[in-house]
Design a protein around this ligand. Structure first.
Ligand code: SF4
Length: 113
């Protein structure tokens, strides 16, 4: 059984389809899980190449930015280790790093203003 974290459900959930997320129709990963293959949620996370296949597919995805934005919105401040899967071409750790960097940038903007 493949993991279905909530961010993944955002990509595949028909309930959310009415929220102007037509971008999902263009996702490169669309239909992969039906084949029983899900390189976006690798089983062996200790393998340094675990996300390589997903990363290559995401790199060609025309809606990678929308995917990343959706995942970041859903995950919010969830700690890096509690995130899972690859979205927008970023691993959970990379998304958490992006979240923290954006937070620092927001703080710096407030300090300047
Ligand atoms: S960026 Fe990757 S995970 Fe996101 S929709 Fe595209 S292929 Fe799927």
């Amino acid at each position: 059984m493949l993991a279905r974290p909530r961010a993944r459900r955002l990509v595949e959930s028909p309930e959310r389809a009415s929220q102007a997320i037509d971008w999902r129709e263009l996702a490169e990963c669309r239909g992969w899980t039906e084949k029983g293959v899900d390189p976006w949620f690798p089983q062996n996370l200790s393998d340094p190449t675990a996300y390589d296949v997903a990363a290559r597919i995401c790199a060609c995805c025309p809606v990678a930015q929308q995917c990343l934005d959706a995942a970041m919105a859903v995950e919010g401040a969830i700690h890096g280790r509690q995130r899972s899967g690859m979205f927008g071409g970023l691993t959970p750790e990379q998304r958490y790093a992006l979240y923290r960097r954006r937070g620092r940038e927001r703080s710096q903007d407030k300090d300047v203003a």
